[in-house]
Ligand binder design. Structure first.
Ligand code: MG
Ligand code: MG
Length: 265
């Protein structure tokens, strides 16, 4: 961490980040509708990229450390960082996580949803629902004066009470003029520990939740993270600003109630 701690954003900067967040949200809706049986993950990526440029934004992930796509698309046992491919067609019963970001006016927005493809098993649906709820439990802790690991603690409690596990190998992050800023935000931890949360801190909270064990491994493509036990994994993410009066989700437009991410709005 830099000597001064994480960068705090001014209201005008948060307003720009809200524009970025709105674009991410809008495009996630289009991707959710396009995630039907038979669609390839490359088709989804191509759609996202077209919409990103139409809206005057720039893809945040394309070329990031060499990532080839604009969206990380991770199906079933894939945890995160799946590479869009014309050879990967979605099929009925899959769950697919769609994770991406954009840059607008020099600032980043970053969000992810996991959506069912057609009809999915009750257990797959429960994993998706618990992951979404765990993210919101974490967001509820994002108030000035609380501690950083209050957030991960709340996420972990929800996940483990449901009999699932929190991925340790990847974490949330500060976000602003860079996609990944200080601090790192684990999805687990001890309540009452970590830095004090202050107004102006903007965090991307992104629980990755496995149906089985938390262990992951990276495929030979050097990107795709999968569960070691081959069981399902789900992922949700929001970019959230901590304000004087509590958290504001920048990747959810005003008037859209939280808790329905990845569902028809
Ligand atoms: Mg993301
Ligand atoms: Mg992120």
């Amino acid at each position: 961490m830099s000597p001064g701690g994480p960068e705090l954003k001014a209201a005008a900067e948060i307003a720009v980040m809200e524009r970025a967040g709105r674009i991410v949200w809008e495009i996630l809706q289009a991707l959710r509708e396009a995630a039907v049986p038979g669609a390839t993950t490359l088709e989804l990526d191509t759609l996202a990229e077209k919409l990103i440029y139409e809206k005057g934004a720039t893809p945040a992930f394309k070329g990031y450390r060499g990532f080839p796509g604009s969206v990380c698309i991770s199906v079933n046992e894939e945890v995160v960082h799946g590479i869009p491919s014309e050879r990967r067609a979605l099929k009925e019963g899959d769950i697919v996580s769609l994770d991406f970001g954009v840059v607008v006016g020099g600032f980043y927005g970053d969000s992810a949803i996991t959506v069912p493809v057609g009809q999915v098993s009750p257990e797959a649906q429960r994993l998706v629902d618990v992951t979404r709820q765990a993210m919101h439990d974490g967001i509820a802790q994002m108030a000035a004066g609380r501690r950083l690991h209050d957030i991960g603690h709340a996420v972990q409690e929800r996940v483990e009470r449901a009999g699932f596990s929190v991925v340790r190998d990847f974490v949330g992050h500060g976000i602003g003029r860079r996609l990944h800023e200080e601090p790192q935000l684990p999805n687990y931890g001890k309540a009452g520990t970590g830095m004090r949360l202050r107004p102006g801190l903007v965090l991307a909270i992104e629980p990755m939740v496995n149906a089985g064990a938390p262990d992951v491994e990276i495929l030979q493509d050097e990107w795709t993270a999968v569960t070691r036990d081959g069981k399902l994994s789900a992922h949700f993410e929001h970019t959230v600003a901590i304000l004087e009066d509590g958290p504001r989700i920048l990747t959810l437009p005003p008037g859209i109630p939280p808790g329905r991410e990845g569902l028809p709005q």
